[in-house]
Each structure stands twice: as structure tokens, then as C-alpha cells.
Design a protein around this ligand. Structure first.
Ligand code: MN3
Length: 199
């Protein structure tokens, strides 16, 4: 069975950028529901309950058609949120390590232009979805955005940074102002985690 991972910090640790109430509801209720629904969908398909979630999402066609959409949505929700909690931390200045910095500069020209492009993708994503920094099989970086809980893992890409732009991620504090939420979110990115994921 899949389990809801604990947050790696207290619910109020990302204040004032991301508020405690949002974190409680987002982690316990939203992520919790994805995990419960994933387990429910896979009940009776025990071979998948023993796999790690990325392996399932990397090859959705292996799933029986009757449960494929439910597993894609809820398994994607579980994987995306598990990464999202991991790549944030309390507001402390942190920077990508040398390897990630130079990879970002090679691909995007500068760290600032990377942030600008990433933010713009988040603002422009219509409806609910995610923005990711991903690594391809040639170890090149790119930015992708997806609808709903779709994950780049299903396209053979490895996400190392994830931004949730569903309204549930920001509406209590930022209301309709998604850009303000994204601007604040950069303060709580855990670049040490992202740098480690690049390896
Ligand atoms: Mn979410």
C-alpha cells in the first residue's frame, strides 16, 4: 500500500510565504486523498501495490484500462506532491550547487532568466496543473508544464523541481493572485534538495 509521507518540516515552517492552514489542508486532505484513492484503485491489482509510484507512472499502458485514468490522476497526485514537499524548506537563503548552477546557465542563459521563464509557465498554465524543471536522458534540463496531476515521468523525463499551481495550493492566502504565490514560493525552494536530485 502507498503511504502519505510526513511533511519534512512543521506545517507553519513555510510562513509567511505559504501559510499553515494551506499546508495542513494541502498535505493532509488533498495529498491524503490521492494516496487513498490510489490504494483503492489498485486493490486487487497487488503487483502494482508493490512497485514504486514512478515505475507505475513511467509505463501507464501496463495498467489495466479500467483503472488507468484513476491511477494516472491519483498516482500522479501522490508523486507530484511527494516531490513538492521535498523541494521546499523554511525560508533560508539557499542556492543551487555548482553543477546545477552551471546546468541552468547553459540551458537558460542565467539563473534569473530561468526563474522568469519558470514563473511565466506557472502563470500561463490554464486551470489546474504543475510546472517542473526536468532532466532528460541526455542529462539536459528543460521546463515543462502539465495539466491536472500529469507528470513528466510518464514522458520519460525526471522532475527535480515542482511547482503546484492548483488553486488549492494558494487560494486561502493569495486568492486569485497566482503570480504573487509563485513569487513568494521562490523564497522556500530547497535548492540543496533540487541539486541532489540532479545527480
Ligand atoms: Mn496540490
Amino acid at each position: 500500500m502507498f503511504k502519505l509521507p510526513d511533511l519534512p518540516y512543521p506545517y507553519d515552517a513555510l510562513e509567511p510565504h505559504i501559510d499553515e492552514e494551506t499546508m495542513r489542508i494541502h498535505h493532509d486532505k488533498h495529498h491524503g486523498a490521492y494516496v487513498n484513492n490510489l490504494n483503492e484503485a489498485l486493490t486487487g491489482h497487488d503487483e502494482f501495490l508493490e512497485m514504486d509510484i514512478d515505475s507505475i507512472l513511467a509505463d501507464l499502458m501496463k495498467l489495466p484500462e479500467s483503472i488507468r485514468t484513476k491511477v494516472k490522476n491519483n498516482g500522479g497526485g501522490h508523486a507530484n506532491h511527494s516531490l513538492f514537499w521535498q523541494i521546499m524548506r523554511p525560508n533560508q537563503k539557499s542556492h543551487p550547487n555548482d553543477k546545477l548552477s552551471s546546468a541552468i546557465e547553459t540551458q537558460f542563459g542565467s539563473f534569473d532568466s530561468f526563474k522568469t521563464e519558470f514563473s511565466q509557465r506557472g502563470v500561463a498554465r490554464f486551470g489546474s496543473g504543475w510546472v517542473f524543471l526536468v532532466v532528460n536522458s541526455e542529462n539536459e534540463l528543460s521546463i515543462v508544464d502539465t495539466a491536472n496531476q500529469d507528470t513528466p515521468v510518464s514522458d520519460g523525463l525526471r522532475p527535480i523541481l515542482a511547482l503546484d499551481v492548483w488553486e488549492h495550493a494558494y487560494y486561502l492566502k493569495y486568492k486569485n493572485l497566482r503570480k504573487d504565490y509563485i513569487d513568494a514560493w521562490w523564497n522556500v525552494v530547497n535548492w540543496e534538495s533540487v541539486s541532489m536530485l540532479l545527480k
